[in-house]
Design a protein around this ligand. Structure first.
Ligand SMILES: Nc1ncnc2c1ncn2[C@@H]1O[C@H](COP(=O)(O)OP(=O)(O)OP(=O)(O)O)[C@@H](O)[C@H]1O
Ligand SMILES: [Mg+2]
Length: 338
């Protein structure tokens, strides 16, 4: 990427008491990129966002937002980002309009611009008719939508969202996906956390997986898939039942060119190849079609499957969890940036 990173994080660490909750995190997110940080409950996602949005002081390490040092120049960094936090932070005793006006004033938007922008946001989130209602009368999902509306009142260069779609109905969820995609196309840098892996799969250019404060894997979903080759499989459905001799002959032949476990399912008349780490899907498919053509194997169809992000996540977590522990906390107060 040619443009400099708009979020640049180096060795960012947060220690609470004896527990290292974010452990020497390194990452970069570029303009127009959406990065999804995934991790189980308590993995350190909110703590990371709280540090990057200057709410929480890092124990050590540093970060920049749009070129500004987040620890040394927090005010300048703050002028470049907006945040939708995990816990909805609105004043219950103010109306929807008043809450947004309060946020607009914090952002220093001129009053006339603010009014127009607020109406536009309320309209976009289907809340215009409720603008004079108190937040205490809003449902949880409506409050969340209003928080997102608040973050979008000005046009941030960097947008942080901590589980933005929790509790939203499917229509609103799709709406936020569309908005995030269009912001991305406008060059906004988006950093979000989510437990909805289909959301990350749909939106993220890159994902990072954090386990007990450590980033254990990072990349595009295809990069992560490539690491888990063994989860790719090919199924060949036969158009007629194979007798035991044909089955054995085919299994022997398939095992010659397919790197992985080959099996025959009698019930479904199907040969399956579960590729191992040396097996390449495209090479195996080529060899398979050659075999089918040369030996005139009677088939009904071939299907391939790749792991979903959910399978990748579960597999990486399963592989990595035993290796990650917090027994040796990161050196606290080393390289203190302030
Ligand atoms: N103020 C605090 N004091 C002590 N420990 C804290 C504090 N804030 C967070 N933690 C600890 O930091 C760890 C990470 O918490 P964090 O809220 O960042 O997790 P998360 O990944 O956002 O989880 P979730 O998916 O549940 O939102 C947890 O062990 C939590 O108990
Ligand atoms: Mg959280």
């Amino acid at each position: 990427m040619n443009e400099p990173a708009s979020i640049k994080v180096s060795q960012l660490t947060k220690v609470f008491g004896k527990r290292t909750c974010v452990d020497r995190l390194d990452l970069e997110v570029f303009p127009g990129e959406l990065y999804a940080l995934l991790g189980d409950n308590g993995a350190g996602k909110t703590t990371t966002i709280n540090m990057l949005t200057t709410l929480l002081k890092p124990t050590s390490g540093k970060f920049q937002i749009a070129g500004f040092d987040g620890v040394r120049e927090p005010e300048k960094a703050k002028s470049k980002f907006a945040v939708v936090s995990q816990e909805v932070a609105l004043y219950q005793e103010l109306t929807a309009f008043e809450n947004l006006m309060f946020i607009a004033e914090l952002y220093g938007l001129p009053k006339v611009d603010a009014r127009a922008r607020i109406e536009q946001q309320l309209n976009q989130w289907d809340l215009l008719a409720r603008k004079d209602d108190y937040i205490s009368d809003f449902s949880g999902g409506m409050q969340r939508k209003l928080s997102i509306a608040g973050a979008l009142l000005r046009s941030p260069r960097v947008l942080f969202l901590d589980e933005p779609t929790v509790g939203l109905d499917p229509g609103s969820r799709h709406h936020i996906w569309e908005i995030l995609t269009s912001l991305k196309h406008d060059g906004v840098t988006i950093f979000l956390t989510t437990h909805y892996l289909e959301e990350a799969e749909l939106l993220a250019d890159r994902v990072g997986i954090i386990v007990k404060g450590k980033l254990i894997a990072e990349g595009s979903i295809d990069d992560l898939r490539a690491k888990l080759n063994h989860m790719k499989s090919i199924c060949v459905r036969m158009s007629r039942r194979f007798n035991p001799e044909e089955q054995q002959k085919s299994l022997d032949r398939l095992s010659e060119f397919a790197f992985g476990d080959v099996s025959y399912d009698e019930l479904r008349n199907t040969f399956s190849i579960a590729l191992n780490s040396n097996g390449h899907l495209s090479d195996t498919l080529r060899a398979l079609t050659d075999w089918i053509e040369l030996e005139q194997i009677p088939i009904n169809g071939i299907s391939t499957s790749e792991p979903s992000l959910e399978e990748i996540y579960m597999s990486l977590l399963h592989v990595q969890t035993p290796a990650v522990n917090n027994e040796k906390p990161a050196p606290a107060f080393e390289e203190q940036t302030r």
